[in-house]
Design a protein around this ligand. Sequence first.
Ligand code: ADP
Length: 360
Amino acid sequence: ENYHAVLTENRKLFNELQELKGNIRVFCRVRPFLPGQGAPNTVVEYVGEDGELVVTNPTRPGKDGLRQFKFNKVYSPAATQADVFSDIRPLVRSVLDGYNVCIFAYGQTGSGKTYTMTGPDGASEEDWGVNYRALNDLFKISQSRKGNISYEVGVQMVEIYNEQVLDLLSSDNTQKKLGILSTTQQNGLAVPDASMYPVTSTSDVITLMDIGLQNRAVGCTALNERSSRSHSIVTVHVRGKDMKTGSVLYGNLHLVDLAGSERVDRSEVTGDRLREAQHINKSLSSLGDVIFSLASKNAHVPYRNSKLTQILQSSLGGRAKTLMFVQLNPDAISYSESMSTLKFAERVSGVELGAAKTSK
Ligand code: ADP
């Protein structure tokens, strides 16, 4: 009973804070234990339908080790890709109505960021992540509105590695497969120097994602190593012309798979690894700072502090809508990383609940 009273009280607090903080949403997704991972020892004590999450400290059994979090949604390991997308579909669709939207995945390496955003390697349609589903949805709806609004949908894909922006779709190969560069007229929000392609069919979506993923793997020994240290951004630009009035609207969508958020022990790395770690720390903390100052309605928002926040600027703040996926590895071994992920998420969402004063 006591437990429930605390949950109810926290829920009230959360809802009140939600009212204040505008267009930032936080969804938490706990990935399942993977086959062959041994006897599962989970830190996840409780996942509530209202976005409640209780995490337990494996070294402090009992109620003293419990901490409670509250997000807009929490997905248990059983949630499917379709479940997740159905919750964000309205957000994705709002781009066709002229909104700017940013969806990103945050968490340590191995917590399921790429699974959520892209899907597993060689995913079938059922396993498609947010990127495929969003692109597919956008061009399908744009076609269904053809008689009323004439849309152009253009896509860019870049990677930010050590504060450098690399075009993942630039190759003669891409142009052969997808035809000429899109003539989609931009409202000045395109990522500079990155090629843009039109998307008019599901096969375009697949071709484009394939090329982007392949190019991401070029020049590195292991894709996972590289991708865990770079941010990848799929940007969708939409231009819609109202056939009756002639008025034009623009919307854009950034889909971001962030670099792994794990803390690298600085005493143990040097050279390239140290440089990478510093760049990652800087850009992730810049992202946190930007969202935090938006949530606190600060006059100055520090967009210029990293390449990542510069590129995302148009879809962070103002009328833009932002959604963060907080990815968690449920394994007890990851407890301290999971806690730092959850603390980042709390800071971003502006909601801090503290210890779960449970009598459970
Ligand atoms: P990250 O991008 O955070 O480094 P990945 O997306 O590569 O993590 O996920 C790590 C592993 O866990 C991969 O083998 C991935 O397929 C698997 N995985 C992640 N989330 C899920 C999920 N919801 N269901 C099934 N497998 C998952």
